[in-house]
Ligand binder design. Structure first.
Ligand SMILES: *[C@@H]1O[C@H](CO)[C@@H](O)[C@H](O)[C@H]1NC(C)=O
Length: 242
């Protein structure tokens, strides 16, 4: 009775141990899966801090096209690490550039982890600035151009920093300022002429032969002011002549 129960107990213990180790294994596996999933989650399509890259090596190089393989990807990651070092002055490494969703007709996503804490991603803006600042170096590493090495969402080098020699607001500003200055000059000129006219009213001068011409010009201003305008005009003429 005792022996039986003992063997039974042993069996139970054995079963328990097996089931326990099975459960442990399961747990370890689940944990491993979770951690790898967490690591993979840093880089995923449409990641908020990720960029999609598309290469058209055939289009760019034709017969000279090289095969995009693991070596090329290493060069891309190191080029990006180089660009990031230039941008943030931190010791970025190849391991900081995580690539995922690679397709055969070459496109992939990548994210950049911080060298200070590899579970943190470098924000999208810094990556964009790094790419734009080092665009020529990145392009020339792969013998490609802005058109054949696309960073989705990052404008081409030629488009991005393009600013016209004179920005539109400056042209508008110049026109407005020019009009204001011209208005001021006209106003000052007019008031000077008026002052002179007032002075001359007290000592009217003989009207010269130009009177007829000036009358014709000021006709539209109305008959009432005619005499006044004529005087000022003849005055002005005389003034400019002197
Ligand atoms: C790294 O960042 C994560 C999330 O921001 C944080 O939980 C963790 O403590 C950090 N690790 C170190 C070593 O600073």
């Amino acid at each position: 009775m005792l022996r039986f129960s003992l063997s039974e107990l042993l069996q139970l213990l054995k079963n328990f141990c097996f089931s326990f180790s099975g459960k442990m294994l399961e747990k370890i596996l689940i944990l491993l899966c979770l951690t790898s999933a967490a690591a993979g989650q840093l880089c995923k399509p449409d990641a908020s801090d990720g960029y999609k890259v598309r290469l058209s090596i055939k289009t760019a190089l034709g017969d000279q096209a090289y095969l995009w393989d693991e070596k090329e990807m290493f060069l891309f990651r190191s080029t990006m690490a180089y660009a990031m070092r230039g941008q943030l002055n931190q010791q970025f490494d190849v391991s900081n550039i995580i690539v995922c969703e690679e397709t055969a007709r070459v496109s992939f996503w990548f994210v950049v982890t911080s060298p200070l804490n590899t579970s943190n991603l470098v924000d999208k803006k810094s990556v964009e600035e790094a790419v734009r600042k080092h665009r020529n170096r990145i392009n020339s590493a792969f013998l490609l151009t802005d058109e054949t090495l696309e960073f989705e969402g990052i404008p081409r080098t030629l488009e991005a920093p393009f600013t016209p020699d004179t920005p539109p607001w400056l042209i508008v500003f110049g026109v407005v300022m020019g009009a204001v200055v011209a208005g001021i000059i006209v106003f000052i000129g007019f008031s000077v002429v008026q002052k002179k006219r007032k002075k001359n009213k007290k000592t009217p001068e003989d009207e010269d032969s130009e009177e007829e011409e000036s009358r014709g010009k000021t006709m539209e201003n109305g008959a009432a002011n005619e005499g006044v305008y004529n005087m000022s005009f003849t005055d002005e003429e005389r003034f400019t002549r002197i």
